[in-house]
Design a protein around this ligand. Structure first.
Ligand code: ZN
Length: 180
């Protein structure tokens, strides 16, 4: 495992532990969670989206069955910036899996108010990729938030659509490549 990765948590069987660095990172994202929240809970319980949970399951099973680490790219955006990160999942001698992440780069951005999760919503749904945060603007097209907001005309609406999470084609393809 690369030295510059920050260990963030471990998983063994069904119990997960997060360390100080992870909790600090979560707090920076506005997520308030205590270390006790992880005791006797599996990683999957913290992932609401079924397709993302399934991807994580395959990553963890893969690491366990091959006993080799896997590194993959994720976007972990905060309200003010785009964060390009890598997550490393590596098997430990004691049977636990060690999760570590590394910030590759950060880009400041202005958040379109249309994507503010606390604003009012209509019944229609806008799909956001859980990995890269791009937004689906058509059957096969995904765009960065700023472009998607104007393409979908979100700025012109008084009430915003519901945000749902999914996986864009390229992130799905990337996962498939990384898993082979
Ligand atoms: Zn994506």
């Amino acid at each position: 495992m690369s030295e510059s990765f920050d260990p963030v948590g471990k998983e063994m069987n069904s119990s997960t532990a997060a360390n100080e660095a992870w909790l600090r990172f979560a707090a920076e994202q506005g997520v308030r969670v205590s270390p006790e929240a992880f005791v006797d809970r599996s990683l999957g319980e913290f992932i609401c989206n079924p397709s993302v949970r399934q991807l994580w399951d395959s990553v963890l099973n893969r690491v366990r069955s091959t006993n080799k680490p896997i590194t993959f790219s994720v976007r972990c955006d905060s309200p003010e910036c785009r964060r390009f990160m890598e997550i490393d999942v590596s098997p430990q001698d004691d049977g636990q899996l060690l999760f570590a992440n590394r910030l590759i780069r950060e880009e400041p951005r202005t958040v379109p108010s249309a994507l503010d999760p606390y604003s009012c919503r209509t019944e229609d749904i806008v799909v956001v990729c859980s990995v890269c945060s791009k937004i689906r603007t058509g059957e096969e097209t995904w765009m960065e938030a700023e472009g998607a907001v104007s393409t979908l005309g979100l700025m012109d609406r008084d009430v915003q659509p519901v945000l749902s999470h999914g996986l864009c084609r390229s992130c799905l393809a990337q996962f498939e490549v990384e898993m082979t």
